[in-house]
Write a protein of this length. Sequence first.
Length: 441
Amino acid sequence: MKSIKILLLFFLGALFSSFSEQSLPGIIKTENGKVEGTVENGIRSFKGIPFAKELSALGHDVEVLTGFPNYPGGKVYQGYRVRPFQRELIDGIRINRVALYPSHDKSRVRRAINYLSFALSATFIWTFLVSKADVAYVYHPPATIGLPALALKWFRKIPYVYDVQDLWPDTVGVSGMINSSIVFWLIDRWCRFVYRQSEKVVVLSPGFKRELHERGVRGEKIEVIYNWCNEESLDIQPRKSELSEELGLNETFNIMFAGNIGKAQGLESVLDAASIIEKRFPEIRFVFVGSGVELHSLKSKAQKMSLGNVLFLGRRSLEEIGEVLSLADVLLVHLKPDPLFQITIPSKTQTYMHVQKPILMAVSGDAASIVEEAGAGVSCVSGDARSIASAAERLYSMPKTQLEEMGKSGREYYKTHMSRSVSIKRFEDIFKEAANGKRES
């Protein structure tokens, strides 16, 4: 079996729009043209149009079932309006959209309606109108995406591969969206049922696999496929001395954090580490690139501490970020201490490895294990200023040639285990296996 028909099922219609390839820190516009925010997780955007195009380029017939784009502002993008259904063609890929209630604010009720409205529309409208497919790929979250997936299986005999990018109900519990133990239990039972009904479950880390196996999913049913990064826009770039001088990064050893500056990142401890280091090694500088809800408080804390070795460069466009990353001697990954983060791999990890820079990994668990296995950097304890400071000093004391070797090792590991070509080939094999099982049954 060479070519198959693949249906991609996504809740986030933003991944299939004219703005879908604008990852961190790309701009998203709403109906009135106002900039509302950014898609902070650029890695996930590559499971949208780029993913569909890659599968199509391999010779498969690809169709998409999704909603109307409204993330992250909760308002429908310019050029769209919510209707029962809509068909369009983007870059040669057929896109089917169904009605939903657009919302992405802090209201639990409105967010729940947002999730459920798409699930019900996809189940009762497009399940019966979408073209027959050999296999469906289902992108989770949210957990409600399981409803149309089950409908496709039961009523259209289309097996589905379930790609788990967030653990529910764990994630929504940590976010504070769920306070009820009964609702938590119901979502957990629902997710377990959806996993069991799938042909295969794909996860982004070995820790996710262990966790789902503990929840009753058979080990042989779970496949680990790492996310990849924007390989074209974020590739190795030469260091530009003019830019380095302009940003004040010429005479310093630059440890750079790039991305969302939010509560989950817990970057206050990095400032504490900077304070420990400043007197002993004033050449070490911590550089923050990006924005987020915690940026103002982080800047205020740095100012109160009178830190002269901390620099905030603000948000940079996708076109600029590659040049800025090239100025880093070391790239930093940090998340606050949390058991959930120990079994995930922050998307920065793949990007940092791809651009061939040594990594200071301040996330315990799977992410640290990968960096250590690849020989791509040094790990430390997240939230522990002394541990972060010690790791930073260790990297600073290394010969330049050793740092360069770390960067090269990380890039080689990425190419072998995480690259787009490697990961999509594994998806293709899984899709063919699922479709073949359907035809033989």
